[in-house]
Write a protein that binds this ligand. Structure first.
Ligand code: ZN
Length: 341
């Protein structure tokens, strides 16, 4: 009951990459880098276990970007051919690589990392992958012609990857789809179909993490423009509720998302974000417990998985560790109440 987990990412230790910076370059090379990533993953697995987190991740210590880490191993992409693209509906304009031919995976991308993590924890193990729609919003298309077709091609590669992760003993595979609350019509038209392709044949648990992003400036500005209540989820939750994805995330800590929208997810496990990743202030266990209790007005505790609002990669390491402990302790408080202790 109230199995705790995190959205996925955790900060890199300072000896591995520059702290408090998204997508910071590695500070090690070659075999030292490979060893450093494993060591960092071990640190975070232990920190999560000690904090009482039930479903742990490797903290995304092996990758520098949640989309490009996967794309680096895909053929059909021309990394030299940069196309200027306004991503997330023009929230940021960046030069992105271009798909110029049929997509195929050169080799398994994360299987070795999953095997390593599995060998070092008996807790539930979650692994995160970028969702097909979000990948398509991070790369230009000069081959498929329709975004939906390119998404299906990526979904096939993700499905092969996900099957391998499951075979390595991963218990829960989560697809990160921050694009889902930007292109709401596309979610219904082909976004969920692409996710279904990505989870085809899996027997492990599955999840989709949708969110309003890290606490970086472009996101803060965008959030300012969304008004006093964020109701984007209202458009897509009914379709997600009918989907075959097992779990759906929702920010509940210091967010403007009305908690009543949880009521639209009556068939799902809800990852209740009880940790605000946009502030360095560490929540108290009581604050976390209060957020979980507020969600329980709309969903039974049996279908709640207390979680972070989003990844914690940009936070200082001690802050992230403190937030892990608050999450574990806060869920513990509510569990005790439910047990009538
Ligand atoms: Zn997120």
């Amino acid at each position: 009951m109230l199995d705790t987990t995190i959205a996925g990412s955790l900060p890199k230790p300072c000896w591995l990459a520059e702290p408090e910076k998204l997508w910071a370059p590695w500070r090690l090379e070659g075999a030292d880098l490979a060893q450093g990533k494993r060591d960092a993953a071990l640190v975070w697995i232990k920190e999560q276990e000690d904090a009482g987190i039930d479903i742990v991740t490797e903290g995304e210590q092996f990758r520098d970007h949640f989309v490009h880490g996967f794309l680096a191993h895909v053929d059909g992409i021309d990394w030299q051919k940069k196309t200027k693209m306004g991503i997330r509906d023009n929230r940021y304009v960046v030069d992105v690589p271009t798909v110029t031919g049929p997509l195929s995976r050169k080799r398994p991308v994360h299987a070795e990392e999953a095997r390593f993590a599995r060998a070092h924890t008996r807790r539930g193990l979650k692994f995160t992958l970028p969702g097909p729609m979000t990948i398509c919003d991070t790369i230009a298309d000069a081959h498929y012609g329709r975004r939906a077709d390119m998404a299906m091609a990526f979904a096939e590669l993700l499905n092969a990857e996900a099957r391998e992760l499951e075979a390595e003993g991963v218990d829960l595979i989560q697809f990160d789809e921050p694009a889902f609350n930007v292109f709401m019509d596309d979610v219904k038209a082909w976004g969920i179909a692409a996710l279904h392709k990505a989870i085809e044949g899996l027997e492990c648990q599955t999840a989709v993490h949708i969110c309003y992003g890290y606490g970086i400036q472009a996101n803060l500005d965008w959030k300012e423009s969304l008004g006093s209540e964020w109701r984007q989820y209202e458009e897509i939750f009914p379709a997600l509720n009918e989907s075959r994805i097992g779990q759906v995330s929702l920010e509940c800590a210091n967010s403007k998302v009305p908690l009543s929208l949880i009521g639209l997810l009556s068939k799902k496990t809800v990852m209740v974000g009880a940790i605000d990743v946009a502030t360095e202030a560490v929540e108290s266990p009581e604050q976390v417990a209060a957020t979980i209790r507020a969600a329980m007005d709309f969903v039974d505790a049996a279908r709640i998985s207390p979680c972070t609002n989003c990844g914690m990669a940009p936070l200082p390491r001690d802050v992230a560790a403190g937030k892990l402990r608050a999450l574990g302790a806060g869920a513990g408080l509510v569990r005790k109440e439910l047990a009538g202790e």
